[in-house]
Design a protein around this ligand. Structure first.
Ligand code: PEP
Ligand code: MG
Length: 883
């Protein structure tokens, strides 16, 4: 087979479309070569080798060796240097590159090919001894860490010791002779740890590094990252071997990363950071604070370090030329890595840049406005789930801000929580239900789980492209990075700024929008949405077919939903209206009533309150449909349980504690989600449904009169098994509608429909549709009843099911298409056969889940209904489903 693909010198064997085989980095290096851009020559070992490597007990395919040798010979031709030649050595980098980008998750080795001989040749050829020995010590450190598994800290210690003894402060203070001494010490460290010498033969070094990159595909942090991002292990990684270019060859050399547009705000301006006389890893690691690329960014940041635009105008002009070409070619914002070796710029990577939701929106809208992509493509460019970030809270502008210090605004949104200093503590606190801010000097890929558990991340080192910043943006978590005035003492568990000292457990707030770190837990407010947001939503609305409604019962939720573009209410859960302090007493009276008469008296107290609720909802949703579901509660939830509470409630109600305790015991259920619920209540106590129907119709009359617009209530009966139950309840509703119309002299347009929440109801849909004017799929209950998994205690074992691949995803989050979906499809078909214009919607949690919305589109439902904050996500997902 063909295992190796070469690139360089304006041509390549691969191209951008071959990501599956070459990985993202390899495919794009090939594409850039084909575009004639300056790419150091090299080759990619395919992802298929990775798969074969694991399939064959970590050994390589037979032909690989020969193909690598041939590719190295090709590089020799292009560079005039030969790998392993002691007089004129070619040095290479070895990097991973998977199909999907996994920033910092896998290993890289630079300067490979250096040894005791070649280092002298490099010194001679470059005329720079210091550079040669600096590169060699970097190589020994990286190689030892990545390939030989020797603790990186040992080398750091040796370096710190040396500097202290010599009275030197910065790495840049060290001269060639110093690095030479240190290389000797480093080799001793290796010998001690390994029991043998640091490998000197370049070929052996190369295979060691290639094997290490493949092995890093299965390291713990890569596995965790794949798990969090849904990347299958079977994809494997490619390995890219590329001739080295050096950013550490003195002051005319540099290395950097740049985005063609601002990844945080989306602004159309080159954005990035670079470091003079450094190698790539220095930027990502955030060890030295980098300089801005453009003069504009430098001024905005108030930095006194010169920009690349000023300091290296020629390389800057070349970068500007190249980024223009790349953006036009890829038709998307690019994230590029480059190195400048003695004034000449080389491209090491390009890929579609990760961006915040805010930037994604702006970039999509701008690219469409610039004519680079169509409006429909723009709609497809923003991941619906990412909109969550925009809907994130920010700090209430009226709240008092006690600013401790200011770092970099690395990822937007604000967050408050207790300070924790390590990722395990963050995870433990989250499990215990506490909110935390993870505070680190800098983060590394080992911190992924802690970042995930934290509300926000604060680091004291590192720039906007440091690990913490990049990962937090991807997760949509607020992050402040590089807050350099903070001193963290891990051992004591404290942080200090000026003369304030805080300890683990103290509350802070971070503002990822401006980089502030604030004392205490500060009040947040709802987000405001940008112009691009409504533009893109407008384009999405043009494309989508599915309507989007909201699940809402309070006036606040209904208002939010309408602001977010909900086209009605798809589910008003009336039981949520009964828990209110002022009415729970009447609800309890109703439950405890001995007879019809007592129950009617209690219901009479509830009627005006319910009516008022509905008047408000109808008014807020004026002109739009509102689906109101009859009471669907486990009744025992309304009753007290503790002895003290029972006594209090009994006294208030004028009944004996015994009677109350007994009734509570009667109603108690182990799994209340499948008991005396739904329409079963209306069957046993029809007067409850009648009260609710009266409240609905009277409210419709009032709201129609007040708003001057017709109100279209949709009365929904929950949890039916078949037509007879629905008919029984529907007869009461219709009678009540008739009564209210006669009393008020007003006609009301209304519909009666049902939820499909039980498999039997789905199967009997044809018959049910004779009576029901609409179906709303209650996929929460339909999931628990179809899978036989209780909604309330699924979490204890569901994790093992998804981890073992027995279920693709949590079925309460993303609809189980094969089972629950099949029932939805069948019920929709059967319902339509009886009543061709039956209205079909979904109101389970799945109504706000992008993958499930795709399914709803495919079975042709009329609308989805979801929580108010998910309405924009649903609008966008519905549009993408229709594309
Ligand atoms: C459902 O079961 O999907 C539903 C929307 O109803 P609830 O969640 O209130 O049971
Ligand atoms: Mg339900």
């Amino acid at each position: 087979g063909k295992w190796v693909y070469t690139f360089g010198d304006g041509k390549a064997e691969g191209e951008a479309g071959m990501k599956n085989l070459l990985g993202g980095k390899g495919a794009n290096l090939a594409e850039m070569s084909n575009l004639g851009l300056p790419v150091p020559p090299g080759f990619t070992i395919t992802t298929e080798v990775c798969t074969a490597y694991y399939d064959n007990g970590k050994s390589f395919p037979a032909e690989l060796d020969g193909q690598v040798k041939a590719a190295l010979a090709g590089m020799a031709k292009l560079t005039g240097k030969t790998f392993g030649d002691p007089a004129n050595p070619l040095l290479v980098s070895v990097r991973s590159g998977a199909r999907a980008s996994m920033p910092g998750m896998m290993d890289t080795v630079l300067n490979l090919g250096l040894n005791d001989e070649t280092v002298e040749a490099v010194a001679k050829a470059s005329g720079d001894e210091r550079f040669a020995w600096d590169s060699y010590r970097r190589f020994i450190t990286m190689y030892s860490n990545v390939v030989l598994d020797i603790d990186h800290g040992l080398f750091e210690e040796a370096l710190e010791d040396y500097k202290e003894r010599k009275g030197l402060h910065l790495d840049t203070d060290l001269k060639a002779a110093d690095w030479k001494v240190l290389v000797g010490k480093y080799k001793e460290i290796v010998k001690k740890a390994l029991g043998s010498d640091f490998p000197q033969e370049p070929e052996k070094q190369l295979w060691g590094a290639v094997g290490a990159v493949f092995s890093s595909w299965m390291n713990a942090r890569a596995i965790k990252y794949r798990e969090l991002n849904g990347i299958p292990a079977s994809w494997g990684t490619a390995v890219n071997v590329q001739s080295m270019v050096f950013g550490n060859m003195g002051d005319t050399s540099a290395t950097g990363v740049a985005f063609t547009r601002n990844p945080s705000t989306g602004e159309n301006a080159l954005y990035g950071e670079f470091l003079i006389n450094a190698q790539g890893e220095d930027v990502v690691a955030g060890i030295r604070t980098p300089q801005d690329i453009t003069e504009k960014a430098r001024i905005e940041a108030g930095s006194d370090k010169p920009s690349m635009e000023k300091e290296m105008p020629e390389a800057y002009a070349e970068l500007v030329r190249i980024y223009g070409i790349l953006e036009k070619h890829y038709r998307d914002m690019q994230d590029m890595e480059f190195t400048i070796q003695e004034g000449k710029l080389w491209m090491l990577q390009t890929r579609s840049g990760k961006r915040t939701a805010k930037a994604a929106l702006r970039i999509a809208v701008d690219l469409a406005s610039e004519g680079l992509i169509t409006q429909a493509e723009a709609v497809g460019r923003v991941e619906p789930g990412a909109l969550d970030q925009l809907l994130h809270p920010t700090i209430d502008p009226k709240a008092e801000r006690r600013v401790l210090t200011t770092g970099l605004p690395a990822s937007p949104g604000a967050a408050a929580g207790e300070i924790v200093f390590n990722s395990d503590d963050a995870e433990a606190a989250k499990k215990a239900g506490r909110k935390v801010i993870l505070v680190r000097v800098e983060t590394s890929p080992e911190d992924i789980h802690g970042m995930h558990a934290a509300e926000g991340i604060l680091t004291t080192r590192g720039g906007m492209t440091s690990h913490a910043a990049v990962v937090a943006r991807g997760m949509g978590k607020p992050c402040v990075s590089g807050a350099g005035q903070i001193r963290v003492d891990y051992a004591k568990g404290t942080l200090a700024v000026g003369n304030t000292t805080l300890k683990a457990g103290d509350f802070i707030t971070i503002d990822g929008g401006n980089g502030q770190v604030l004392l205490g837990e500060i009040k947040m407010q709802k987000p405001e949405l940008s112009g691009e947001f409504s533009t893109l939503m407008g384009w999405a609305d043009k494309v989508r077919r599915l309507k989007v409604r909201a699940n809402a019962e309070t006036p606040d939720d209904a208002k939010t939903a309408r602001e977010f573009g909900a086209e009605g209410i798809g589910l008003c859960r009336t039981e949520h209206m009964f828990f209110d302090e002022s009415r729970i007493q009447s609800v309890r009276e109703m439950i405890l009533a001995q007879d019809d008469k007592g129950r009617r008296a209690a219901l009479a107290k509830l009627l005006p309150m319910q009516r008022q609720d509905f008047v408000q909802l109808f008014t807020i949703m004026s002109g739009l449909p509102v689906t109101i579901r009859l009471l669907d509660p486990p009744l025992h939830e309304f009753l007290p349980h503790g002895e003290k509470e029972i006594a209090e409630v009994a006294a208030a109600l004028g009944v004996s504690s015994d009677a109350l305790r007994q009734r509570a015991a009667e109603l108690h259920e182990f799994n209340p989600m499948l008991g005396f619920r739904g329409c079963r209540l209306a069957v046993a106590f029809p007067e409850i449904a009648e009260m609710q129907a009266r409240a609905i119709f009277e409210a419709a009359v009032i709201a129609a009169r007040e708003t001057g617009k017709p109100v279209i209530p949709e009365v929904m009966v929950p949890l039916v098994m078949g037509k007879p139950e629905l008919d029984l309840v529907k007869a009461r509703i219709d009678a009540m509608a008739k009564a209210v119309m006669e009393e008020s002299g007003t006609t009301i347009d209304y519909q009666v429909g049902t939820m499909i929440e039980l498999p039997r109801a789905a199967l009997r849909a044809a018959e049910i549709a004779e009576s029901a004017e609409f179906f709303s799929f209650g996929t929460n209950d339909l999931t628990q009843t179809t899978l036989g998994i209780s909604r309330d205690d699924a979490s204890s074992f569901l994790g093992s099911y998804t981890a073992k691949g027995l279920l693709e995803a949590d079925p309460f989050v993303t609809i189980d298409q094969d089972g629950v979906g099949e029932l939805v499809k069948l019920a929709a078909e059967r319902g339509r056969k009886t009543r061709s214009d039956i209205k079909l919607g979904i109101c389970g949690e799945h109504g706000g889940d992008p993958a499930s919305i795709g399914f709803c589109e495919s079975v042709g439902l009329d609308y989805v209904s979801c929580s108010p904050f998910r309405v924009p996500i649903a609008r966008l997902a519905a549009a993408q489903a229709a594309l």
